[in-house]
Write a protein that binds this ligand. Structure first.
Ligand code: OSB
Ligand code: MG
Length: 382
């Protein structure tokens, strides 16, 4: 079935976080994501989410750069073009370099549209297999050790399958050691968001000290644009390294694995520019026997539903950061709400597309800005 988009709507939506979230670089208490609604010539619709952070501290994109790239390049290049598959839609922006968060949002909307129009689930269209996905939590840096232990206990009580905590220089060993002492067997890992450097001997000593804590992995300890120093560090540690920020494509993943820069890869749909590239990284890792898991960007329900779908692929053998949306938001913008039960989230195999319905009135109630772009209508010849 061929689709030609007549209109695309962008809505900048702000949701407050139930609890402020601190990483090695900054703290946030709300998120601004761009929801994208595409509509074809027959009125069929699809939704996507651009989960770019507001500030350029995780990656160089921001909400405003994503808005600009979507409005001025990606959407105008797609409007009026016909496609049968999301990959053909993505081919219309193949000349655009970078800007993966913006691309991922629009590509997701095209997947949802194509799947809904053909009454297939996104999980099925991607080649997923799992009925449910196993879910872990990502905890921010807490002001106190007791605060962290309280958070860990709370989510273990809810059944979440692994604990990840953010770390940074000076806020690492004592925190993780305390968690490990209290829960000797819990699957535990740390995410440094690029806060360490091999040029700093104290940083190197801190990373080596973590090697005794039986962590599942240490995520992205070194620079976001590095895979060379990561390889050097990996050769000195027993603990697997996992790359997040450094991997923007399947080519990046191949090079990092060839170099030995990591033994695990965090697959994020947005960082990779869409579901298609996320699946390619998954396929490469399966072929090489490298475990993968799905990271998150505190997605609202639309982006979170896409994460649930990609997690249903067989190579996602480790619990990821895709948790119930109630951990982040009091009220999300999809129905039914995305919830974990005993640390697992059901994959909505029986519902088309993303499998969760965007709630337009809640989206509008939290909208900060809206824009509709339409295909040019040429006047009929005289
Ligand atoms: O590094 O994985 C990260 C959130 C924002 C930016 C970067 C990261 C994260 C998370 C949160 O860890 C994961 C989630 O619960 O969505
Ligand atoms: Mg990370």
């Amino acid at each position: 079935m061929s689709h030609t988009l007549g209109a695309v709507e962008m809505v900048l939506v702000r949701l407050p976080l139930v609890r402020p979230f601190t990483t090695s670089s900054h703290t946030k208490d709300h998120l601004d994501h761009i929801l994208i609604r595409v509509r074809d010539q027959d009125g069929a619709e699809g939704w996507g989410e651009c989960a770019s952070p507001s500030d350029p501290y995780y990656c160089s994109e921001t909400t405003e750069t994503s808005w600009h790239i979507l409005r001025d390049f990606l959407i105008p290049g797609l409007l009026g073009k016909s496609f049968e598959r999301a990959s053909e839609a993505a081919a219309t922006w193949s000349k655009v370099r970078g800007n993966n968060f913006a691309k991922a949002g629009l590509e997701m909307a095209c997947w949802d549209l194509v799947c809904r129009a053909s009454r297939t689930s996104l999980a099925g269209a991607l080649g997923g297999q799992r009925k449910e996905i196993y879910s872990g939590v990502s905890l921010g840096i807490e002001p106190t050790l007791d605060g962290l232990l309280e958070q860990v206990e709370r989510y273990l009580d809810q059944g979440y399958r692994r604990i990840k905590t953010k770390i940074g220089p000076g806020r690492d060993l004592a925190y993780l050691r305390a968690v490990r002492q209290r829960w000797p067997d819990v699957p535990l890992m740390a995410d440094a968001n690029s806060a360490y450097s091999l040029e700093n001997p104290e940083h190197v000593a801190a990373l080596k000290a973590l090697d005794d804590l039986d962590l599942m992995m240490i995520e992205q300890p070194l620079a976001d644009d590095d895979i060379v120093d990561h390889a050097r560090l990996q050769s000195q540690l027993r603990t697997p390294l996992c790359l997040d920020e450094s991997i923007h494509s399947v080519a990046d993943a191949r090079k990092a694995l060839d170099l030995g820069s990591c033994r695990i890869i965090n697959i994020k749909v947005s960082r990779l520019g869409g579901l298609e590239e996320a699946r390619r990284v998954h396929d490469l890792c399966v072929q090489r026997g490298v475990p993968v898991w799905c990271g998150g960007m505190h997605e609202f329900g639309v982006g979170r539903a896409a994460n649930v779908a990609i997690c249903s692929l067989p190579g996602f053998t480790l619990p990821g950061d895709v948790s119930g949306s109630d951990r982040a938001y009091r009220e999300d913008i999809v129905d039914p709400p995305i919830r974990a039960h005993s640390g697992a989230i059901d994959v909505p195999w029986d519902r088309p597309g993303l499998g969760f319905e965007a709630n337009l009135s809640r989206i509008r109630a939290n909208a900060v800005r809206e824009l509709v772009l339409e295909a040019e209508r040429r006047p009929l010849a005289a």
